[in-house]
Design a protein around this ligand. Sequence first.
Ligand code: 5AD
Ligand code: SF4
Length: 451
Amino acid sequence: MHNSLIDTTFCVRTFGCQMNKHDSERVCGMLEALGSEQVGEIEDADIVVFMTCCVREAADVRLLGQVASLKNIPLRAGSHVSKRVIAVGGCIGQRDGEKLTKELPHLDVVFGTHNLASLPRLVQEALEEGGHHVEVLDESLDFPTSLPIDREHEWAAWLPITIGCNNFCTYCIVPYVRGREKSRPLEDIANEARGYVLSGAKEITLLGQNVNSYGRDLYGKPRFADVLDAVSASGVERIRFATSHPKDLTDEVIEKFATLPNLMPALHLPVQSGSDRILRAMNRRYDSAHYRELVQKVRAACPDIALSTDIIVGFPGETEEDFLQTYELVREIGYHQVFTFIYSRREGTPAADMPDDTPREVIQERFDRLVDAVQEGAWQANQADAGSIVPVLVEGASKRDARMLSGRSPKNQTVHFPLPDGESVSAWTGKTVDVHVTEAKTWYLAGEVVR
Ligand code: 5AD
Ligand code: SF4
């Protein structure tokens, strides 16, 4: 087939979760395999791909603005395409399909979460024929794991073990745009992990909307604990995973934090609310007592573990009393990190039809109060590491100061330390080095490398 992608340039903009970031790595890999070259700036790109998220309204609005603003940016000098091709994929593409090209007539390609592999063909059709090329499928044909990949960092790999979600939390759009949960065969996961280790990955992050329910749809019903064993056996230095639904976290998985040396002592366990009434309305299928019990078990298995969570403030019908239960839970548990969200109404979800009359200012005030507690808790949690020596996987130069290096501790804390005189950032990136922590702040640790 004639390949119209040769000598073109492309740029990918990614919104949302790690699954989208991983999908973007596949998009880059596929376009590069066909001879297109990746560039950092939209101005230099003949093809612009947006990988989108619709979990909250803010991302929706941002996408529309960004696509609209592209209309006035001229093509780069020397481009051989007649018109820049703009493609929207991911969750908004899946949700809106054809409708997007009505709102944004200069959009050329729309694809969804189930047909990543179609993107190069749709882009070629748009380049050759002009017009709109929309393809959205209801279900994935297969796991998109055989697609080429261009990893963002050599030292890190995202490895999806499930796609989709069966949980239908009442506020959440994900099950509608990512489809039903599908697990990948254990063998495939183990092979991919081994491949990443051979190609230099120091850290593998296992991905799924709920990794704890892995395997229920597979022959022999392998469990998430089996995945952890298999990936651990790859010999990778660090393993992380996200996300973990409290209703399905088993003792067997908790035990792995005590027994697998390369499973990092950090657990993201989204609680969403501390009120049992709200948890029920959210269809979370656990209560606050069960959550507290899990935290106790996790800490018994791994006393120094760093916990993080997600919380929604202002779910329909949330009262001050409900909120205080969330606030108390956050203060009691002492999270290293809490991702706080104001409830965002998503059309088509059950919560969108629930009575919701709490004034915006009341919700904002609760949110601010919670953020204060989160910051205090994070600062307190980090103090445990002041004065200690932590192994840091270096990610590169600090964003704020090119003479500083940044990386992650086992507990996933960001660690900053000075780049030793006369040394280059690239020589340190992807290496694990011991850092003596001299100061523990709210959102990072600061220190000096131990020689
Ligand atoms: N409004 C606000 N936050 C939401 N999340 C998911 N859906 C919504 C929504 N409609 C949050 C949850 C989830 C995280 C990824 O995003 O806390 O854990
Ligand atoms: Fe959404 Fe709940 Fe599924 Fe997470 S578990 S993706 S919050 S429905």
